[in-house]
Design a protein around this ligand. Structure first.
Ligand code: C2E
Ligand code: MG
Ligand code: MG
Length: 418
């Protein structure tokens, strides 16, 4: 018997699901619900060790795991870590009777381990919970397949050819002021428009470029395109800041900073209009050289943004030592924050800290209006995210703004009455 409104993914039908829970009552309940949903192969295990054993012995391995966190012998957390080590990463549904903050930190751990989380729920398991979780199932597999395709297929020769042929170009994602609703700047994100593959995302080729000594060339291709675009917009009276992502590897390369400064000035673009985005991990490898390079860029007037803030290891002290102008708060703090107390608290304190350090605070990955309102109430200054605008080719930014500017402004300003 299938659940109305839910079409089971073929992988679930073929590979089935595994329930790992030490309570026989809860386990049976979950098994029953999965079977009623139309999943024929449902396996069960009474603790983490037995779960791991089952996964190793099953062929094909289950396509979905329902995992209890508290179990004897090996608990759910240990088991998930062991799974990730074995390179088996099926979608997981976390069951728990414990505190929401623990569940939330386990979710973060899973994300770090690359284990896709369908959701976390307080026991008992119900058909409704399963239904909600399965909505994400197809999406997760799709994303994973596209990554896998990319991982296995892109070769250094292809990236090199794409760079030479000018097939790698920026798309631009607007960043909005949370008070006025105006576009303050845009982030340039690399896109490879391949004649054979279509549009390829940076996750597929940036690592290849980094590993094969081509990342600085890629950065320069991006910078040149951004400078050209900035000139075009300037002529049309549009002078936003444009952010360029920088790989750590380029930062320590001889002459890199000089080249960036030279090209920017030659293009007649004010360095203050260019924001350099770096990630925390970028600075860990060679802090001294990195700091020197960033210091010089800052001296010339470039903006410096700490990208994906919160995913690395920088302390407040380290932050204060960097010549930053902006803190870009990672999506993982934003998504889900409206209904998670612990995330909301962290988000609030990161925003306050950014403000106290005199930095512009920008939240990434805003996908819902609730997240937007929360960020407004927490005093965040800027937002970027699919709710407002996706990355787009440079030549459609102005027409897009013409068409959508008023709507976005109304959406952002809807809250400014209080
Ligand atoms: P990033 O710099 O943190 O860029 C933000 C990423 O989040 C972009 O992915 C963007 O499309 C995506 N994004 C924006 N809003 C949302 C949202 O509301 N929801 C979700 N789920 N995602 C959102 P993209 O373009 O795939 O880029 C991924 C990463 O690749 C970037 O992360 C950046 O680290 C790297 N990258 C992109 N272009 C370049 C480049 O020119 N040079 C270097 N070194 N790295 C680049
Ligand atoms: Mg970025
Ligand atoms: Mg980011």
């Amino acid at each position: 018997m299938n659940m109305p409104g839910i079409k089971l993914h073929p992988l679930l039908l073929l590979h089935g699901a595994l329930v790992i829970d030490d309570s026989p009552v809860q386990r049976l309940n979950a098994v029953e619900i999965l079977r009623q949903a139309g999943i024929q192969r449902v396996y069960e295990a009474g603790d983490g060790l037995a779960g791991l054993e089952a996964i190793r012995n099953l062929f094909p391995p289950p396509a979905l795991l329902v995992v209890d966190l508290e179990m004897p012998k090996m608990d759910g957390i240990e088991m998930l870590q062991a799974l990730a080590n074995e390179n088996y990463r099926p979608p997981v549904l976390i069951a728990s009777a414990t505190h929401a903050s623990l569940v939330s930190s386990v979710e973060t751990m899973c994300r770090e381990l690359g284990l896709p989380i369908l959701g976390a729920f307080e026991k008992p398991f119900t058909a409704e919970i399963l239904k909600t979780a399965l909505r994400y199932f197809d999406h997760i597999l799709e994303v994973r397949q596209s990554h896998r395709r990319a991982e296995t297929e892109v070769s250094p020769e292809e990236v090199s050819e794409a760079l030479i042929k000018g097939q790698i170009q920026p798309h631009y994602q607007p960043k909005f002021c949370l008070k006025s609703g105006q576009i303050l700047g845009l982030e340039a994100l690399a896109r490879w428009s391949s004649p054979t593959r279509g549009m390829v995302s940076p996750a597929a080729f940036i690592p290849v470029a980094e590993d094969n000594g081509m990342i600085t060339q890629l950065t320069m291709v991006m910078l040149d395109a951004v400078l050209l675009q900035s000139q075009v917009w300037q002529r049309e009276g549009f002078t936003p800041s444009i952010a360029v992502n920088l790989s750590a590897l380029s930062l320590t390369e001889n002459n890199f900073v000089n080249e960036v400064i030279k090209r920017t000035l030659n293009a007649g673009v004010a360095p203050s209009q260019i924001i350099i985005e770096i990630t925390e991990s970028a600075l860990i490898s060679d802090m001294g050289a990195g700091l020197g390079a960033l210091g010089r860029l800052r001296l010339k007037g470039f903006g410096l943004s700490m990208d994906d803030y919160g995913t690395g290891f920088s302390t407040t002290q380290q932050l204060a030592r960097l010549p930053l102008t902006e803190l870009k708060i990672d999506r993982s703090f934003v998504s889900g924050a409206p209904d998670r107390n612990s995330l909301r608290t962290i988000l609030g304190s990161v925003i306050r800290m950014g403000c106290d350090l005199g930095l512009n605070t920008l939240a990434e990955g805003v996908e819902t209006e609730l997240e937007l309102r929360l960020l407004q109430s927490l005093g965040c200054q800027q937002v970027q995210g699919f709710l407002l605008a996706k990355p787009m080719p440079g030549d459609i930014v102005l027409p897009w703004r013409q068409e959508n500017g008023a709507r976005i402004q109304a959406l952002i300003m809807a809250d400014s009455s209080d």
